[in-house]
Write a protein that binds this ligand. Structure first.
Ligand SMILES: Cc1cc2nc3c(=O)[nH]c(=O)nc-3n(C[C@H](O)[C@H](O)[C@H](O)COP(=O)(O)OP(=O)(O)OC[C@H]3O[C@@H](n4cnc5c(N)ncnc54)[C@H](O)[C@@H]3O)c2cc1C
Length: 392
């Protein structure tokens, strides 16, 4: 039986987040816009912490963190629903209590030093694979690590590393066996900032509280116990990190699109031209209708990909489809919403231009549109997936 309904518990959790966003985050929107336009962070670290604490006191903490680590261990479907709600505001906020999925592969000591403090929010991580000459083709990374006694010495450069300015440690990927390359010759290292890597901020188009950075490793010495997982199995870990929740990026975009189409619907009824509200014009109605159709399609693509994750299925095909559709459609939707708002849409008085700049990233990071298309086509050409979809 196909059942699209949420259980009572699922609805309660979703509604709790919906209320939190309405009560705690949306009232901050004007302040966030004002600050960002002065070049400041939308929320200070203290404000983010206070909001996280408030949520934690209500039992909302560690959305996907397993219960044995104090988290809620929510399903992928519920996590997607949480992201949609958070996406309805541009206030830059995520709940506390989360850690990178690959840190769970650490040994007991690594878990105490890296995983637990990341969950608790006392240490911040960043994930570093991209290099100036290796983005989409991540197998082409050149950063090296060579063994000297009981230490590894890392040399190389990483770029576009989200949160690289604030991070206390990085999960960096380096070539430890050039012959093997990505197939057994890449290793992941946990490298504390005080081991010697440096970071330089990179200015970007969107508003990000986790500004990306270029990281430099110039003979950085790392003790051998800081290898995450096995020497040589780093590429697999990197792919697991990237694949940890591709459906969550379009989920957040979906929330933003819902909100913006609501704004456009409202505005079109109050804005009059030639003696009638613009909402009376078919040109405007079609923009609203097309956006609603695309939002609905995206909702089910996201939820279906999440559902596959919960079923323990290989969800990569569905996740690529959801990310591709989300990136392309969300950008079309924000463009239409700007169009409906006319000149006002282009001003900094309204948040549409902010969403416009932010959503553009979705087509680029964590696998560009072209790379998602490549994945989808390859899966079909090789028979790993069918256009008949999950129902067969
Ligand atoms: C804000 C931001 C945050 C990021 N955060 C992180 C992070 O935390 N950690 C990290 O490691 N990386 C991060 N990245 C890097 C990001 O994942 C890469 O930018 C992305 O994978 C694309 O790589 P590239 O920029 O080198 O583009 P390229 O790979 O050089 O691609 C350039 C263009 O060519 C196209 N192209 C490439 N190969 C093909 C092909 N085979 N067929 C058709 N078209 C192709 C691409 O789609 C793109 O349009 C971040 C990037 C940004 C912008």
């Amino acid at each position: 039986m196909v059942d699209f309904a949420l259980s009572d518990t699922e609805r309660d959790i979703r509604d709790w987040v919906r209320n939190f966003v309405q009560r705690e985050l949306m009232p901050l929107e004007q302040q966030v816009l004002d600050r960002e336009r002065r070049g400041e962070r939308g929320l200070t670290k203290e404000e983010t912490e206070a909001l996280r604490d408030k949520a934690r006191q209500a039992g909302f903490w560690g959305v996907q963190t397993p219960e044995e680590y104090g988290g809620m261990g929510l399903s992928a479907v519920l996590t997607a629903l949480v992201e949609v709600e958070l996406g309805r505001t541009f206030v830059p906020f995520t709940f506390g209590g989360a850690a990178d999925n690959i840190l769970y592969y650490g040994n007991e000591e690594q878990k105490q030093r890296y995983l637990i403090p990341t969950i608790e929010g006392t240490r911040k991580s960043c994930f570093a694979i991209t290099e100036p000459d290796a983005g989409s083709d991540a197998k082409n990374i050149r950063t090296t690590a060579r063994k000297e006694g009981s230490e590894w010495v890392i040399d190389g450069e990483k770029t576009f590393i989200t949160g690289g300015i604030d991070a206390d440690f990085t999960m960096v990927f380096a070539v430890t066996d050039k012959e093997k390359g990505a197939d057994g010759g890449v290793t992941c290292f946990l490298v504390d900032r005080d081991m010697g890597w440096t970071s330089e901020p990179i200015d970007i188009m969107g508003e990000w509280d986790r500004q990306p950075a270029a990281l430099t490793f110039d003979g950085v010495r790392v003790p051998e116990e800081n290898v995450l997982g096995e020497v040589g199995n780093g590429f697999g870990l990197a792919m697991q990190w990237i694949g940890r929740g591709r459906y969550l990026l379009p989920a957040r975009a979906l929330g933003g699109c819902e909100r913006m189409v609501e704004m456009a619907t409202e505005y079109s009824q109050s804005r009059k031209t030639f003696g009638a509200p613009i909402a009376d014009r078919q040109a405007i109605q079609w923009m609203i209708a097309d956006s609603a159709v695309e939002i609905e399609a995206l909702r089910w693509l996201v939820l279906q990909a999440a559902w596959q994750v919960d079923q323990g299925m290989d969800s990569r095909h569905a996740q690529s489809i959801a990310k591709l559709h989300g990136g392309v459609r969300a950008n079309e939707i924000v463009d239409r919403v700007m169009q409906i708002h006319g000149g006002m849409g282009y001003t900094r008085e309204l948040p549409i231009e902010r969403w416009y700049r932010d959503l553009r990233l979705l087509r680029i990071f964590e696998g560009t549109d072209e790379i998602q298309r490549r994945t989808v086509a390859r899966n079909l050409l090789k028979g790993h997936a069918s256009v008949r979809g999950v129902l067969g």
